[in-house]
Design a protein around this ligand. Structure first.
Ligand code: GLA
Length: 749
């Protein structure tokens, strides 16, 4: 059992392969967080606590004469409001008498093997892993509140997941104003934190800063996890780098409003709280009811950020993404969006399909514009019936054409949205989120459906499943193209309006789950104007997510690198698009665009008929390369090999297989220089005693005579010891031209 309770000293030790997490029950039943980090042999780590009498940090009544005991200075597992802890809290409640105080004490616990699944929310699936669970029951007897902290220990995966259940055992209604999923306090260091900010078309850019004395809050109140602040944060030692140092990852599995709060307290302790944001949250808990928070994953590595990333990548791939798409190679797809936008009919789509199939592309995805009166982005959302003016042969005719060419077929939907100009809105104006008597804020000329209503979810389920049943459809692109506002449901009373944001997310999840149950082999690719809903919650239903609406390869280097800190390459939707690029106007060589897109799910987003013959011929070679290295790229360890300073000149990254038998090294020179400095990168995680040989060398460099065959003589066959590549590095020959790139494959001999 990975969880032990040491009765004599009253502490719990939760151990994974390399980590230990400790919880201590103190003399008055307060539940304290005493340690998380490398294994410490189950020594009671509460020795780290110094009971110092700090002014203005009050004491629980039982300890009024022991001034070193204060909720304000002790490291807590689930801090509450009103009872003397002035730091950021995890739980805020309001009792029928108006009291905002909650004071929790240990009541009981249960340790068991296996885990409970969550009914309405995504969670880390047990699969074939050994999972042990600790349920820690805390109570506030005066308030009539029970709090159950649930810890799932994935021993081999080095991950602990947590969620919290709040139960009303009082005689009346309790209001929850904040219910975080997890909190823990880190004692005795002076760390940095890294968060992932951004904007539409430039998502998940890492920002590293010192944890200062202010409260850092990373959050979204957009009704989605957002392009702007991802629900994943890292807290790490100041000297932690890619290959060494202590670091914690905190990843919320939730797709709605969220907040991650980091506070350094007066004594230097650092608190991390993660969960649903309290901005739009007010939940009524009637007598006897309970509320379950989303699940959060915690990971720790003492071996640096690459290793931390690997822990999250592996658990997302193996325990979160749907099993149907886990160990099968997913198709290389072509999406018509940037090739046609709304301007298409069945003849055009069929001829694009012919061209794509002849280049070896494995799936065709028909994007926005195939339904209702959707000829631009002002109409049609909500009307999920085929537009037969455009697609005269019907959806089945289109899908059959793809199948006849040996390609799969996929289709775009934007289920949660509605246009004012739609039959659905004319019939059901009350199905929209909007305040009574007030015009709603418009986003892309669309409004948002009230997913808290079961009739809305039923309507969408019926409409989408009818379409899926009408043709041979293997894939859905599930879009979500605006932030929520006017979050008001006409189906709920005034008192319950603070529940709508969360009920909205539950409605979306319910719809996804119903469709998953009915069509388990239809793969959902998540999307939200690119990566606005790129989170581990959506990944429970959808093994890949369109990473960004920015398909420009040089910008993508940053977006994909930032995304890779938390999320696996197998989840990152990534395509080769046309040049000049539609978002930035930049022209990047076809091969460089492919090398960047191959570090993702890989596909094309263009009109294949407009490619040159040479480019079309290259597609087949690119797909071969991608398929050949699919497992290495999708399951290997990601190496981020350049830092902010290097990236003024070049970006380098790579992959090493788990057994260290092969590695892939990529380089894009983003600012080519005359008489250049030599680029030399150290490849971590190899076998130092092994010999590695270059067995494939692909380059975009146009003037290399052997470019057409993707080989540069000289590099192929070169041998290196693992130790040389790890300690001295690989030195690239100078590269010239426009955004030149190389991809080098090393095989252990
Ligand atoms: C969003 C998506 C795009 C495309 C359009 C269609 O912006 O991110 O890829 O599907 O919607 O309207």
């Amino acid at each position: 059992m990975a969880i032990k309770f040491y009765e004599d000293k009253k502490f719990f030790s939760l151990t994974t392969k390399n980590t230990e997490y400790q919880i201590k029950i103190n003399e008055i039943g307060m539940v304290l967080h005493t340690y998380y980090g490398k294994k410490v042999g189950s020594l009671d780590m509460s020795y780290l606590i110094k009971k110092i009498d700090r002014g203005f940090s009050g004491n629980p009544y039982e300890c009024r004469n022991e001034r070193g005991v204060s909720a304000d200075t002790l490291p807590q597992e689930y801090p509450t409001d009103g009872a003397g802890d002035y730091r950021v809290s995890a739980l805020k409640t309001e009792l029928p008498n108006g009291s905002g105080t909650c004071d929790l004490r240990y009541r009981s616990h249960e340790i068991k093997s296996g885990r409970d699944s969550l009914k309405d929310l995504p969670y880390v699936r047990a699969e074939s892993d050994r999972v042990d669970t600790l349920k820690l029951v805390l109570e506030d007897k005066i308030a009539g509140i029970l709090v159950i902290l649930s810890y799932q220990v994935f021993e081999e995966k080095d991950i602990i997941s947590r969620y919290t259940v709040i139960e009303n055992v009082s005689g009346g209604r309790i209001v929850i104003n904040k219910a975080a999923s997890a909190c823990f306090d880190i004692m005795g260091n002076d760390p940095d934190f890294i968060h992932f900010h951004g904007r539409h078309a430039m998502e998940r850019l890492p920002e590293r800063q010192k944890v200062g004395h202010e409260i850092h809050r990373i959050s979204s109140k957009r009704g989605m996890s957002s392009h702007h602040n991802n629900p994943f944060v890292i807290v790490c030692d100041r000297d932690t780098g890619e290959l060494s140092g202590n670091c914690y990852g905190i990843m919320l599995m939730y797709s709605g409003d969220h907040a991650e709060e980091i506070e350094r307290d007066q004594a230097g302790m650092v608190r991390v709280v993660s969960g649903i944001s309290d901005d739009h949250f007010r939940w009524n808990l009637e007598k006897g009811e309970s509320f379950t928070t989303p699940e959060v994953m915690l990971g720790f590595s003492g071996e640096g950020l690459s290793d931390l990333s690997f822990l999250f990548h592996r658990i997302i791939r193996e325990n979160i993404c749907p099993k149907e798409f886990r160990n099968v190679k997913r198709p290389v797809l072509i999406n018509n969006w940037e090739g046609t936008y709304f301007d298409f009919d069945d003849e055009k789509i069929k001829s694009m399909m012919d061209s794509a199939a002849s280049a070896g592309i494995e799936m065709f995805v028909l994007d926005d514009g195939w339904f209702g009166k959707r000829n631009d982005d002002h109409a049609g959302l909500g009307d999920w019936t085929v537009n037969t003016d455009k697609l005269k042969c019907g959806l089945k005719g289109i899908a059959d054409h793809a199948t006849s060419l040996g390609m799969k077929f996929g289709l775009w939907f934007e289920p949660e949205m509605i246009n004012e100009d739609s039959d659905l809105f004319r019939k059901h104006p009350e199905w929209v989120l909007r305040d009574p008597g007030r015009d709603p804020v418009m986003g892309r000329d669309q409004m948002v459906l009230d997913m808290s209503r079961t009739d809305v979810v039923d309507y969408l389920y019926d409409g989408i499943s009818a379409i899926l049943g009408s043709a041979d459809i293997s894939y859905i692109k599930w879009d979500f193209n605006r932030s929520l506002s006017n979050v008001y449901s006409s189906a709920l009373p005034a008192l319950s309006q603070g529940e709508v944001s969360h009920r909205f997310v539950l409605g979306s999840y319910a719809l996804m789950q119903r469709l998953r149950d009915a069509f388990p082999n239809v793969m959902i690719e998540g999307c939200s104007g690119g990566g606005g809903r790129f989170d581990a919650g959506i990944m429970f239903y959808s093994p890949q997510i369109w990473c960004s609406d920015n398909t420009e390869a040089i910008n993508r280097l940053k977006i994909q690198k930032g995304t890779s800190y938390g999320y696996p390459v197998s989840t990152m939707g990534s395509h080769v698009s046309a040049a000049p690029n539609h978002q930035s106007g930049r022209e990047v060589p076809f091969m460089t665009r492919a090398i960047v897109a191959m570090s993702g799910t890989f596909g094309y987003e263009l009109d294949p008929r407009k490619l040159t013959d040479d480019e079309r011929a290259m597609i087949r070679g690119q797909i071969d390369v991608f398929n050949r290295y699919y497992d290495l790229v999708h399951k290997g360890r990601v190496l981020r090999l350049s830092d902010d300073d290097d990236e003024k000149y070049y970006t380098s990254w790579g992959f090493v297989s788990e057994d260290k038998s092969e590695a892939l090294l990529n380089l894009v020179v983003t600012d080519v220089r005359a008489n250049p400095e030599i680029i030399c990168v150290r490849i971590g995680n190899l076998d130092p005693d092994a010999v590695y040989e270059v067995d494939e060398f692909i380059t975009s460099v146009q003037d290399a005579p052997d470019d057409a065959s993707f080989e540069k003589k000289g590099a192929k066959g070169e041998r290196f010891t693992g130790s040389a590549l790890m300690n001295a590095g690989y030195a690239f020959d100078p590269l010239f031209g426009v955004y030149p790139s190389v991809m080098i494959h090393f095989r252990k001999i």
